[in-house]
Design a protein around this ligand. Structure first.
Ligand SMILES: Nc1ncnc2c1ncn2[C@@H]1O[C@H](COP(=O)(O)OP(=O)(O)OP(=O)(O)O)[C@@H](O)[C@H]1O
Ligand SMILES: [Mg+2]
Length: 466
């Protein structure tokens, strides 16, 4: 146990209400789904506070999000990830194939999660050693620069500082070098040398090993790790600017200061206790019959089951116990229903939330309300060309109305419809904007109708364009 106190190591200490409020800033409606994920998240936090013995017993309440396409399933997960600071990976169930089939094996999702955790922990630990690493990086920069400067710039440096250095006539070469370094340090600190080239020794990543017959990511992890250890570390020298070298040196120095074993252990613990795996498109691995490719799909479910139930996955950094990883699965379940999943798997997703179809009012709100709503995005984009784009209420209303009606008459693609409509609406403007220099464009109902009506009316045309 690392003594994960949520403030410093775990995800941010948000209450369910706060989580929902945060999600509300980006996603319209879908209150049930937001509540469910908020509760599940808080439950992890609660579990962390239980005595060891009890903690082991509390299994995560996995969530299955069901709903039509384009209503925010993936979006909720994506936002959740940014919010929590917990290790999070989103995978598509369709990406995997049963063991033995060509493709990625299901366990690799756990490995991806650990990689994500490594990144998070390393980031935090780098923060902890930041000062020392920066100091060391600066020192190395000075060392790197000083021979060059000694040759090329000593004269120049002396010229500049002559008045002040009259008194140094009798100094030894080592005094002189120390003085040069001191000067360099000052110049570096003042940002005067940022574009100066330096040569740096950098380690090259061993190229991914290719074993005949195995796809990338399929090689047994242990083997991969072992091979990496045996391969000689490749280093090359590269010339780069001081500004870039400083970043590289900082990374090198902070990695040297961080205890790698501790990092790995901490990342694994974080993964096991707070990791979230979002499995999208789960409905697509439900077999509609038991022939052909469907056999492999059913196989993915079978492979998924032990991971969801709790198993040990071997990773490059050590073994990961998956018992307490939270799974959030999502799927449209159009032609199939959750009851077509393997019974064991169904039981592992006790919380079902249904996401609702979006209404015209939802579209109005989606266009206007989210922090970075579509209308705000387009206004900002065209703002860079000096165009002041504004949307009136009746304009937004008209847009939402088109989106809603097209979803009814054409295929229902949910909020994604807004993207195609907006693009079409502003196509002309986006093209001509640079020549317009400045100007105001107000998108009102008339503007919308003028550009969309004829296309929307024509069934064939709208199928392709909107
Ligand atoms: N309720 C909503 N509020 C705001 N934006 C939304 C909402 N629903 C969908 N969107 C937007 O529509 C797009 C598609 O949504 P998302 O990716 O969440 O669909 P999905 O439900 O995962 O669909 P699919 O089943 O096809 O994967 C996203 O860019 C998202 O921003
Ligand atoms: Mg999705």
């Amino acid at each position: 146990m690392l003594g994960l106190t949520p403030n410093e190591k775990g995800p941010k200490e948000l209450t369910p209400r706060e989580i929902v409020a945060e999600l509300d800033r980006h996603i319209v409606g879908q209150a049930d789904a937001k509540r469910a994920v908020a509760i599940a998240l808080r439950n992890r936090w609660r579990r962390q506070r239980l005595p060891e013995e009890l903690r082991r017993e509390v299994a995560p309440k996995n969530i299955l999000m069901i709903g039509p396409t384009g209503v925010g399933k993936t979006e909720i997960a994506r936002r959740l990830a940014r919010l929590t600071g917990a290790p999070f990976v989103k995978v598509e169930a369709t990406k995997y194939t049963e063991v033995g089939y060509y493709g990625r094996d299901v366990e690799s999702m756990v490995r991806d999660l650990v990689e994500n955790a490594i990144g998070l922990v390393r980031e935090r630990q780098r923060g902890e050693v930041r000062e020392e690493a920066e100091r060391r990086a600066e020192q190395r920069l000075v060392d790197l620069l000083s021979p060059a400067v000694a040759d090329r710039d000593e004269a120049e440096l002396d010229e500049k500082g002559q008045a002040a250095e009259k008194g140094h006539a009798g100094e030894t070469p080592s005094d002189r070098r120390a003085r040069t370094k001191e000067k360099l340090r000052k110049m570096l600190a003042a940002g005067l040398l940022e574009d100066r080239p330096v040569e740096l020794q950098i380690e090259q990543r061993t190229a991914a090993m290719v074993v005949p017959g195995l796809g990338p990511g399929q090689m047994d992890v242990d083997l991969q790790g072992m091979l990496e250890k045996f391969m000689p570390k490749q280093t090359t020298r590269r010339e780069m600017k001081v500004s870039e070298a400083r970043k590289r040196l900082f990374e090198q120095e902070s990695d040297a200061l961080i205890n790698q074993d501790k990092l790995h252990a901490e990342a694994i613990e974080l993964t096991e206790n707070l990791g979230i795996l979002f499995v999208d498109e789960l409905d697509k691995v439900v077999a509609s019959d038991s022939r052909g490719a469907d056999v492999s799909r059913q196989g993915v479910q079978r492979d998924l089951l032990p991971i969801v139930e709790g198993t040990t996955v071997q990773t490059k950094y050590g073994q990961v116990q998956t018992d307490h990883i939270l799974f959030v699965a999502a799927g449209a379940f159009h032609k199939t229903s959750p009851s077509d999943l393997m019974p064991e798997l169904q039981g592992r997703f006790p919380i079902r939330v249904e996401l609702k179809d979006l209404t015209k009012d939802d579209f109005v709100r989606i266009l206007k309300e989210p922090t970075n709503s579509l209308t705000k995005q387009y206004a900002a984009l065209l703002g860079t060309e000096g165009i002041e784009l504004s949307f009136s209420d009746d304009g937004v209303d008209a847009l939402a109305d088109y989106a809603f009606r097209l979803n009814q008459t054409q295929q229902n693609i949910g909020a994604r419809r807004l993207y195609t409509i907006m693009e079409r609406l502003l196509e002309e403007l986006s093209f001509a904007a640079p020549e317009m220099k400045t100007g105001r464009v107000a998108v009102n109902a008339a503007y919308v109708h003028e550009r969309l009506e004829s296309i929307a009316k024509d069934q064939d045309l709208s199928q392709f364009i909107l």
